[in-house]
Design a binder for this molecule. Structure first.
Ligand code: FES
Ligand SMILES: [Fe+2]
Length: 432
């Protein structure tokens, strides 16, 4: 059980708070590259700061204050030019470094005053990687955006999915180190929702947690499996400070503010060998809803939607003074302790865990990956459809199991990439 003070320390994300300062040492994914190609401005709220992300006509990405420093108009309604973002109210032009390039009437009235050199807009660096746009809100020099190993894989169909969940980011990240929830929240609850609650999925016999350079791995032995299986020998991991990595996909829990979180999913599906070489011209992105349009009840049909129900169900900010932690929560306890230590480290001016600054190291950052050989080399369609994989997540999926609402064009592109001719029955095989 935590004190109220500890609970606040874990959950407040504003600038100047211990966790807010820790989070500002890492790049956060905030949009898809294709999203800004479709529309060049996007309002973004990140760690309590209201901002506008844009791509100008020269291809520069900017992330600036939502409000124009002149008289505070909402710059997400501005337009992009060959360099910078122009305010729609009086035409002041801002670049991605925060400089004011033009103030049309001021320059007419006082050509020599150089007023524009005395005003700046708050601006943060943005980088594109793996089809995502990443923002860094911390002090310079910014570290590198990690090149996680799957970002370098070829022959894969990648998609990016966003959802906004009305709760604090940290209770979502605690879920990344909670293997037992998978058995209940996903397997058994899905059975119960489907009317088959009598049949239980294999139970957890043993869980293990281990810290490594970039996070904490979690391992499990399920009924019918042994310590020789990759779920135990390799495990899955939570990446520091706000990501779950299962091997085939990443889920970032990006803090919008203390009571809201942007879920950013990056999903890789290896095409069968018969479909190689496969090259994706554009990584698609979409937004998944969290509630039913008619009922206002949470959607429970897909894996991450089930997670959202659990997380938001804990309240906008989970009250950790009221918990009763047990053996299954060893990973959660470990993560809380480590992240608070890291926040203290940042407060002392030291570097927190897993920050990458060495370009050589960042060529490929290797992670624990169950079934790496499959992701890298693939397998034939026949093999992946017929082999009885004991490791979840590897068989060729016909439907997207993680989030509800995949647009038809993404589904069709996926099926073409995989060489799946017809829409088939739901072959759900989630990984968690
Ligand atoms: S408020 Fe933006 S130019 Fe006036
Ligand atoms: Fe889950």
């Amino acid at each position: 059980m935590l004190s109220e003070e500890q609970n606040r320390a874990l959950t407040e994300v504003g600038a100047g708070t211990p966790m807010g300062e820790l989070l500002r040492r890492y790049w956060m994914p905030i949009a898809a590259v294709a999203e800004l190609d479709d529309h060049p401005t996007k309002p973004v709220r990140l760690m309590g700061e209201d901002l506008v992300l844009y791509k100008d006509k020269a291809g520069n990405y900017g992330l600036v204050d939502r409000h124009c420093p002149h008289r505070r108009a909402d710059l997400s309604y501005g337009w992009v030019e060959s360099c910078g973002l122009r305010c729609h109210y009086h035409g002041w032009l801002w670049d991605h470094t925060g400089r004011c390039l033009q103030q049309p009437f001021e320059e007419t009235a006082h050509p020599d005053a150089k007023f524009k050199d005395r005003v700046r807009i708050k601006a943060y660096p943005v980088e594109a990687k793996a089809g995502l746009l990443w923002a860094y809100l911390g002090p310079p020099p910014a570290p590198l955006v990690p090149t996680w190993e799957p970002f370098t894989w070829g022959n894969g169909f990648v998609q990016i999915v966003f959802s906004e969940v009305p709760c604090n980011w940290f209770q979502c990240q605690e879920n990344s180190i909670d293997p037992v929830h998978f058995e209940w929240l996903h397997s058994n609850w899905s059975r119960a929702l489907g009317g088959a609650e009598g049949q239980r999925s294999p139970t957890h016999l043993k869980v293990g947690f281990e810290e490594f350079e970039y996070g904490i791995t979690y391992r499990r032995v399920l009924e019918g499996q042994s310590e020789q299986d990759e779920l135990w020998t390799v495990g899955r991991c939570c990446l520091w400070p706000n990501c779950l990595f299962t091997g085939g996909h990443f889920e970032w829990r990006v803090p919008i503010d203390d009571g809201n979180m942007l879920s950013v999913g990056w999903f890789f599906d290896r095409v069968p060998n018969e479909m190689e070489p496969y090259k994706q011209d554009r990584i698609p992105y979409w937004v998944s809803p969290i509630k039913g349009a008619l009922t206002d009840r949470w959607i429970t049909s897909h894996v991450m939607n089930q997670d959202f129900v659990a997380w938001a169900g804990q309240g906008a900010v989970a009250d950790r003074t009221q918990e009763h932690l047990g053996e299954s929560d060893r990973g959660v306890i470990m993560m809380r302790r480590r992240i608070l230590e890291d926040a203290e480290r940042v407060a002392r001016g030291e570097e927190p865990k897993g920050v990458i600054r060495d370009p050589d190291k960042n060529r490929i950052v290797r992670l624990p990956i169950i079934g790496r050989d499959f992701f890298v080399n693939g397998s034939s369609k026949v093999e992946s459809e017929t082999s009885r994989q004991r490791t979840p997540g590897l068989p060729l999926r016909r439907e997207f199991p993680f989030l509800v609402g995949q647009p038809e064009e993404v589904r069709a592109a996926y099926r073409r990439a995989m060489g799946l001719p017809e829409p088939g029955v739901d072959a759900r095989s989630p990984a968690g």
